[in-house]
Design a protein around this ligand. Structure first.
Ligand code: UT7
Length: 331
């Protein structure tokens, strides 16, 4: 049987490391607090003037190489992201133009769009790509791109220790046999959107001197509230997706939860009653990279040969909105 699946995965992170010790010199925090409360030791941050588009292009090229495809074979680009490189056009346009998709069947006519669905954006985009494949597309790039450091208040210790920059991409295409995306469950509790927000810069509060002075362009979060929702939502989504795929949680080789906090990942594993050794973790080295966190973890696991063809994988996420969801994939 042929069905939509992942043909290749790639990732890219900025060169600059920001360690917990570096942060000790910036806000009133400590390596001990950050490590114990979040599991993060360091994160990658774009230098001033560095263009995040490059991360998206590199991740996309990595995914294409892994899939054995050239950029000219891409037929659609979807970028789930919480940061816009520019308000208009979408980040996909800039990545696509950098990929130089010139000679393929659709030449300069490759369509694109961005998806804003919080940190669950990658799982949402994967599901959209899956359906577009049934609609006739053959190779779709899904690129989780984040540069949250540019929306971080570097004087606010509650948030600035958490986030990191990076990009992770997959090529979605048709795979044979038992492999492919077996199921997907998407959900949201939109009444809870105030838990995570950037207040200004949209129509509600257009950018002005006042909004800049009041710090309203920075990401704001009710950490504790998000924490509690996150564990419940990722558990629920995973169980529903497993049920839809007609597989049991014991058959799963790897769980890949959105990397928001090591304590959230551990609580997720406890609630599901799954062995911790089956959870892919990269938050220690990259922090919370939002829509890039899942493909980044997948790219690493493929590279070091932990994730192999035929493995059953569960992706689970939650994020601003409040969105949540999960996918079950036979790799
Ligand atoms: O992708 C989705 C995005 N967001 C998330 O997933 C975030 C989910 N939430 C979390 O990860 C956690 O709630 C945090 C890591 C944000 C906070 O951990 P917590 O265990 O919930 O701590 P808390 O907010 O209850 O704060 C405990 C204390 C407070 O001090 P007092 O009031 O007890 O004196 C904070 O002011 O820790 C203080 N604190 C810090 N201390 C040192 C908060 N941030 C820091 C810090 N360094 N960076």
């Amino acid at each position: 049987m042929a069905r939509p699946g992942i043909l290749g995965v790639g990732a890219s992170v900025p060169e600059k490391r920001l360690t917990n010790h570096d942060l000790e010199g910036m806000v009133s925090t400590s390596d001990e607090w950050i490590t114990q409360r979040t599991g993060i030791r360091e994160r990658r941050i774009l230098r001033e003037g560095e263009d995040p588009t490059v991360l998206g292009i590199e991740a996309a090229q990595g995914a294409l190489t892994a899939a054995g495809l050239g950029a000219e074979e891409v037929e659609l680009v979807i970028t789930p992201s919480n940061v816009q490189i520019m308000p208009v056009p979408g980040s996909s346009a800039l990545i696509l133009s950098g990929l130089r998709v010139r000679d393929g069947p659709r030449a300069n006519h490759v369509p694109f769009f961005d998806i804003v669905a919080g940190c669950t954006g990658f799982i949402y985009a994967l599901e959209v790509a899956r359906h577009m494949l049934y609609g006739g597309y053959r190779h779709i790039l899904v690129i989780g791109l984040e540069a949250l450091s540019r929306f971080t208040n570097w004087q606010e210790r509650e948030t600035c220790v958490l986030f990191g920059d990076g990009a992770g991409a997959v090529v979605v295409g048709t795979v044979e046999g038992e492999r492919g995306i077996l199921s997907s469950y998407l959900a949201a509790e939109s009444a809870k959107w105030p838990l995570l927000q950037v207040e200004a810069g949209g129509t509600q509060l257009p950018a002005s001197r006042e909004t800049v002075a009041a710090g309203q362009h920075f990401l704001k979060m009710e950490g504790r509230g998000v924490f509690e929702e996150a564990v419940r939502m990722m558990e629920e989504a995973s169980l529903r997706a497993l049920e839809q795929a007609h597989v049991t949680k014991e058959e799963v080789a790897w769980y890949v939860p959105h990397q928001a906090n090591l304590r959230i990942l551990k609580a997720f594993a406890r609630r599901l009653n799954i062995p911790w050794s089956k959870v892919l973790v990269n938050i220690d080295r990259y922090g919370n990279t939002s829509t890039a966190s899942i493909p980044l973890a997948l790219a690493e696991a493929v590279r070091d040969n932990r994730l192999r063809k035929g493995d059953l994988v569960v992706l689970a996420g939650f994020g601003a909105g409040v969105t949540y969801g999960a996918s079950v994939i036979r790799w």
